[in-house]
Write a protein that binds this ligand. Structure first.
Ligand SMILES: *Cc1c(COP(=O)(O)O)cnc(C)c1O
Length: 487
């Protein structure tokens, strides 16, 4: 017996209103509470999920409907639906909900989120809709203005996939804290502004509020990659940015269990393009339309792994930031170190700018601090005296700090970007991004900082002719490692 499409539309309206009310209630709570509970509620747990206290993982490719009316209402997007896991999924919904709340925390900005399969998928999903061809002027050469100091994958995405392969010009901002440089690059064909801050690995940073005003003046969106800061330290939407992209893979999923990304966008964003649904709600728009057709959204398993790590984000990033500062000070005073780049060091040329933006959320409500305190994240880089080989010798001497092309981890990890993450952009590209071959990027993890410093200290002692105790497994002699290699 069919109940009619309006029955479902009404029920859908009620459900949507209930969720909206619940999210509104969550919005009034403190950051840690939002991070812990997200938008999953006791009512949902008891009524629909067997009392499960943890968000369920819906490992289902698709959603079934009661009848043709419900199906029609759902597939014409007239009722809330997830439909098919390439587009949406209840577990993905919980991740998107918590990220939208955390990125707008403490502000009255309204935002929505689309979670993607990786940080690169988030960057692509955020940028591509603004690169639509203008049918009234199809020959127009489009450009975008973006900082040169960006993650290696972003550099390739911009330089090769857009600029080289599609003739969409990447106008590089070399000194991102120079407002005139930004402005001089913008013209009528500029589709968006993009900045990574703090940048990976160089710690580039700029006055976001001023750049957002520039974006407003030219009626173009400002996209910020805030992966290194996370919403626990900096929330770009409140400073006037239109879109935040996160590599959820990194600090948000600090355990290192999953891969994911997110686009969090303000409602009613700025663009010169005439696309009302995109302007009204960019996050929902890309999720339901372009990403439906292109397929880059997150899987439920990766979504729940991220959710689980996000619960403790604030306290983790506080601790790891404090350790990073201690490590940075140790390195800055070390005779074999040429330069340390960490925004938290007062000697860093951008320290004052960073100070304005990078504040531990809710520190003024934390009994330990009772006032706003600055925290600068857990990524730093240092340059070893003696050039590329000296840096490699130190790097090879780490005993506990993992050598991996990764960051944001609860376990300390280091890499040499010139031979790994930023290898493909070539020497010229590395020069403009300021990534010399003697630079080591270090992600300070959750270990006790004294033990991280001890590992760095013994590795640096290699340069004094001291042998490190680290020995590679002797593959010829058997043992676990060789067993793996030999089967
Ligand atoms: C790693 C990283 C990305 C890309 O994220 P993936 O999840 O690896 O695709 C983008 N931006 C920054 C700053 C990153 O560190």
């Amino acid at each position: 017996m069919q109940q009619g499409i309006f029955h479902y539309i009404n029920a859908g309206k009620n459900a949507a209103e209930w969720h909206k009310r619940h999210i509104g209630q969550m919005k009034k709570l403190r950051f840690d509470t939002i991070a812990v509970h997200g938008i999953y509620s006791m009512q949902e747990a008891l009524d629909y999920n067997q009392g499960s206290t943890i968000e369920p993982i819906y490992m289902s490719a698709s959603q079934a409907y009661r009848d043709s009316d419900e199906m029609e209402a759902a597939l014409s997007y007239q009722i809330p639906t997830w439909c098919y896991s390439r587009i949406g999924n209840p577990t993905m919904y919980y991740l998107e909900g918590v990220l939208a709340l955390l990125e707008t925390y403490g502000s009255d900005v309204e935002a929505s989120c689309c979670a993607t399969a990786s940080g690169m998928a988030a960057i692509t999903s955020a940028c591509e809709p603004f690169l639509a061809v203008d049918l009234e002027n199809p020959g127009q050469k489009m450009n975008f203005v973006a900082t040169a100091q960006v993650y290696g994958g972003t550099f390739q995405n911009f330089a090769v996939r857009k600029d080289q392969e599609r003739n969409i010009e990447w106008r590089k901002v070399i000194h991102s804290n120079n407002l005139e440089e930004w402005e001089s690059l913008i013209d009528d064909n500029t589709r968006f502004l993009y900045g990574e801050m703090p940048s990976n690995p160089g710690q580039a940073f700029f006055d976001m509020e001023a750049v957002a005003k520039l974006a407003e003046k030219h009626n173009i969106p400002l996209i910020i990659d805030a992966t290194i800061a996370t919403p626990a330290l900096m929330r770009p939407l409140a400073w006037g940015a239109d879109i935040v992209v996160q590599s959820v893979t990194k600090t948000l999923t600090s355990s290192g269990f999953g891969i994911g990304g997110a686009v969090i966008a303000r409602k009613n964003l700025r663009t010169r393009l005439n696309n009302p649904p995109m302007i009204a709600d960019f996050g929902s728009y890309i999720k339901a339309l372009p990403n439906r057709d292109l397929g880059p959204n997150i899987s439920p398993m990766n979504a729940v792994l991220a959710l689980n790590d996000i619960r403790t984000l604030r306290s983790k990033i506080d601790f790891m930031s404090r350790s990073a500062l201690k490590v940075a000070k140790f390195l800055a005073a070390h005779p074999h170190i040429e330069q340390v780049d960490y925004l938290g060091l007062e000697s860093h040329p951008l320290h004052q700018v960073a100070k304005k933006y990078m504040v531990l959320v809710d520190s003024e409500h934390d009994d330990l601090y009772n006032e706003p305190v600055n925290r600068y994240g857990h990524l730093l880089s240092f340059r070893v005296k003696g050039g590329a080989q000296a840096a490699r010798d130190v790097f090879d001497g780490f005993q506990r700090i993992y050598r991996a092309t990764d960051l944001g981890r609860i376990k300390s990890i280091a890499t040499i970007p010139a031979i790994s993450t930023h290898q493909q952009q070539g020497e010229e590209g590395r020069k403009i991004s300021d990534i010399p071959p003697n630079l080591i990027r270090l992600n300070v993890g959750g270990e006790h900082p004294d033990d991280i410093i001890a590992d760095l200290s013994q590795a640096l002692a290699v340069l004094d002719g001291q042998k490190t105790e680290f020995t590679s497994p002797d593959y010829s002699a058997g043992g676990a490692s060789s067993a793996r290699l030999r089967k």
